[in-house]
Design a protein around this ligand. Structure first.
Ligand code: NDP
Length: 430
């Protein structure tokens, strides 16, 4: 179905479903209290992975897990709608309008911590909800995959319904993602057909991107620390460090929530199975792999190891934060003295300061951060370095998509920019 507002998609990305689904299940089967990978996969047994996966009937009838996860997801959705926050508009859409958003991540996090603190008091530190999360980690991962499946079917089906109100063209047509309108139901369902599916005031895509997955990642990490504490009566320093570093990163994302409104995922990508699965399953259940591993195979980090880990984290965060901040200030017209290239679009491409070092110096900083988290497990096994490897692939793919977009958008100005700033991510290397 093509129209002036929603042209048919001709460019097909990804060439089909990536193995991410399998990765998420398999990784979690490799880090279980009863079986976990040691060293260079010396105890790897396919049967162990296979035996950990039960029938689909088992997962669909684990009503306790469905109740737990649905309460989590819908509870957060209710808080996102009710709690006060700053009102902001997103970028201008193809129909000339922009959608309103409520930025209330800080209030949301405060509410979550308050609930945890009260529960800690009431249960004398037992926190049965964290214990449930830890004990059912592997099965819950599969339930979130099924949940993401159902959610993406829902948003795909509703993308065919007319809007209740009118759009900027005075019609009831929904705005579809430019990349998700091929007409092939499986592809469009997977990649995301509608650009910004909403349920009343709740923007489903922004909500899933920032809340149920990111905050579950934080809770899973906490559940590992809590489990270890209940078992030994002590706080393991490696587990504590990975909780602190990743917790800091999650809260930095929440504090800079409004920056998400201009990110590619929100402005360009549709919300389909790929994003739903990534947000609800992949992020919480694979980003927490280091904490999970340390909970079954704890180590005590030496001062030298701690200094190395913090060295990577601080350097990475400094580059990531300063470069993103510099681009944001530049775009607001606050750094006019920096060298830049004017484009026909009226905007300027910064090629000074951090942005003279590489085209995506912020990605480099982000990747160093990922390495610091993996290092918390030190060199026990390469398995926990999955995150840095996965993240490098994600950033490389993102860089090539962004380059394609900028080349089409800025044409000769982008080519001039590339001559000025030849490295794509890592200065002097790539
Ligand atoms: P960028 O912040 O690099 O933004 C790219 C956009 O900025 C381009 O499309 C273009 O937009 C504009 N731009 C590019 N170069 C310049 C320049 N020299 N001067 C001015 N404007 C420029 O990328 P992302 O939005 O992908 O990522 C934002 C942050 O989020 C990054 O730090 C990244 O590491 C992080 N991230 C983290 C993820 C995670 O899972 N932890 C996942 C993805 C991202 P325009 O069309 O407006 O000109």
């Amino acid at each position: 179905m093509a129209s002036k507002l929603n042209p048919k998609t001709k460019n097909i990305e990804f060439g089909g479903a990536p193995g991410a689904l399998a990765i998420s299940i398999v990784l979690n089967q490799m880090v279980r209290p009863d079986y976990f990978i040691k060293g260079w996969f010396s105890n790897f047994e396919f049967a162990q992975l296979w035996n950990g996966i039960k029938s689909s009937r088992y997962y669909f009838t684990r009503y306790d897990l469905w109740t737990y996860y649905t309460a989590w997801h819908l509870g957060l959705a209710a808080l996102a709608t009710i709690l006060p926050g700053k009102k902001m508009n997103g970028v201008e859409l193809r129909d000339g309008t922009s959608l309103p958003y409520k930025i209330n991540g800080i209030a949301m996090s405060a509410a979550l911590f308050l609930i945890l603190a009260v529960r800690w008091q009431l249960t004398q530190g037992q926190l049965p909800e964290l214990q449930f999360l830890y004990d059912n980690h592997v099965d819950l991962c599969i339930v979130t995959i099924l949940y993401a499946f159902l959610l993406s079917v829902y948003v795909y089906v509703t993308s065919f319904f007319p809007l209740l109100g009118k759009n900027g063209h005075n019609t009831k047509e929904r705005i579809l993602a430019l990349g998700g309108n091929t007409g092939n139901p499986i592809y469009d369902w997977f990649i995301g057909r509608e650009l910004n599916p909403r349920l009343g005031p709740l923007d489903i895509k922004l909500f899933c991107e920032l809340r149920p997955g990111m905050l579950l990642w934080l809770l899973i990490n906490l559940s590992c620390l809590h489990h270890q504490y209940l078992k030994t009566g002590e706080l393991n320093n490696a587990l504590l460090v990975v909780n602190l570093l990743q917790g800091f990163y999650i809260f930095d994302g929440i504090l800079n929530e409004e920056g998400c409104l201009t990110m590619m995922d929100i402005t360009t990508d549709g919300f389909g199975y790929m994003l739903a699965f990534g947000d609800l399953s992949l992020v919480p259940f694979t980003y927490s792999l280091q904490a999970r591993y340390l909970s079954v195979s704890p180590i005590t980090l030496t001062n030298y190891q701690l200094a190395t880990i913090f060295g990577f984290m601080v350097t990475g965060f400094y580059i990531f934060h300063k470069s993103n901040m510099q681009k944001s200030l530049f775009r607001q017209g606050k750094l006019p003295h920096l060298n830049s290239i004017a484009t026909k679009r009226g905007t300027k491409l910064l090629c000074d300061g951090w942005w003279a070092k590489s085209q995506h110096i912020n990605y480099f900083g982000d990747w160093l951060i990922s390495l610091s988290w993996c290092l918390t497990t030190w060199f026990q096994t390469p398995l926990t370095y999955y995150y840095s490897l996965y993240f490098a692939t994600l950033l490389l793919h993102r860089q090539s998509r962004d380059e394609h977009k900028c080349r089409e958008k800025y044409q000769e100005s982008w080519e001039e920019y590339e001559r000025n700033v030849p490295y794509k991510i890592v200065p002097y290397i790539y």
